[in-house]
Design a protein around this ligand. Structure first.
Ligand SMILES: Cc1cc2nc3c(=O)[nH]c(=O)nc-3n(C[C@H](O)[C@H](O)[C@H](O)COP(=O)(O)O)c2cc1C
Length: 329
């Protein structure tokens, strides 16, 4: 099945394995791309959790596949140092012939400029129309519509509400959130989405280097086990309640911080305070996700857990979804 997304990415299957911090690792990205879909590199995961540097991680991917891969640029203006490092990584990704970029959490203008100059495309993560309009004005080629069932930073709308809100912007739209099985996948394509980005489904694979307990918890969890917490980053992040420590459970970060988060002038300061406050927990969560020692902490996952019933190789998932899309088209 071909869509504007498959043409933009040069892949066979309208399916992405989304970027994931901390669990996106080179073997998973490569397995998804080799099977005909698009694996997205999360550079912070590659550089700090799995490979020691982005270059080493990209080299590992290239040992395993020559097919197209994508790169996730979180463009939030966190600090001058972060912006410098991210800019260097984007150039490194372009040098490594990556031509599909997924931007998130900020203004994609600079990435669009660099990537278009190299002949590539940029899809931008959005949760509502006003962000999509801004991104379109900055020249992005497509949108990744993050709905309220997504793993990672969740949106506020259902997949259908978001599609209806964005459809007249005349950009290809990829659905992100809530899809764990073929029926959900086909439903989203039939709704008009040009592709689907999944995260949680691909954590429950042997290629994803997380602890076995984390994979199993995804298989065993139901929708109601997923809760949103602002305590990690100041934005809603979906986590599995059973795998999370008390302090990471759903809830607001306290009256003062909640107020600061709502004010346009102070929201970045509040997010920085929260990031500092949760740094220890966040470090523990990265370790928990990759540790081989049964250390349990924060396990991120979306409501797509309801459609995930087995740990399976990434290629089997891609092939199964591809067959379902072909049957339906
Ligand atoms: C553990 C985890 C970490 C994530 N980290 C990122 C990230 O670093 N950057 C990003 O753009 N999206 C991130 N996401 C979002 C995914 O790329 C994808 O959009 C989302 O998982 C789709 O929802 P699903 O989990 O229901 O399939 C993350 C998702 C999960 C589950």
């Amino acid at each position: 099945m071909q869509t504007q997304f498959t043409r933009d990415a040069g892949v066979e299957v309208p399916l992405l394995c989304g970027a994931m911090y901390p669990c996106g690792n080179p073997e998973l990205v490569a397995a998804v791309s080799e099977a005909g879909a698009l694996g997205v590199v999360q550079p912070i995961s590659f550089a700090y959790v799995h490979s020691g540097s982005l270059a080493t991680g990209l080299a590992k991917v290239r040992e395993l596949t020559q097919k197209p891969i994508a790169f996730n640029a979180i463009v939030e203006k966190a600090s001058k140092k972060y912006e410098r490092v991210m800019r260097g990584w984007i150039e490194e990704a372009l040098d490594a012939d990556i031509r599909f970029f997924v931007t998130a959490l900020g203004n994609p203008r600079e990435v669009v400029r660099l990537v278009h100059a190299a002949g590539g495309v940029v899809y931008h993560d959005v949760t509502e129309r006003r962000f999509a309009q801004k991104a379109r004005d900055e020249g992005v080629d497509g949108l990744i519509a993050v709905n309220r069932r997504a793993g990672g930073h969740a949106g506020q709308r259902s997949a259908k509400e978001l599609f209806d809100e964005l459809r007249d912007l005349e950009l290809p739209i990829v659905c992100a959130g809530g899809v764990g099985d073929e029926d959900g996948y086909v439903d989203m394509l039939q709704l008009g989405y040009a592709g689907v980005q999944m995260g949680t489904r691909f954590i429950a694979t042997p290629e994803c280097k997380v602890h076995a307990d984390y994979r199993q918890l995804i298989v065993d969890s139901e929708e109601d086990d997923i809760v949103l917490t602002k305590r990690l980053s100041g934005l809603d992040v979906a986590v599995i309640r059973r795998g999370s420590p008390q302090e990471m459970e759903a809830g607001e970060p306290g009256a003062l911080l909640s107020w600061l988060l709502r004010q346009p002038k102070t929201k970045h300061i509040a997010r920085t305070l929260l990031a500092l406050q949760s740094l220890r927990a966040l470090k523990r969560s990265s370790r928990a996700a990759v540790s081989q020692h049964g250390y349990k902490d924060v396990y991120q996952a979306g409501k797509s857990v309801s459609g995930i019933h087995a740990i399976e190789p990434a290629a089997d998932i891609v092939k199964r979804f591809q067959a379902a899309a072909d049957r339906a088209s």
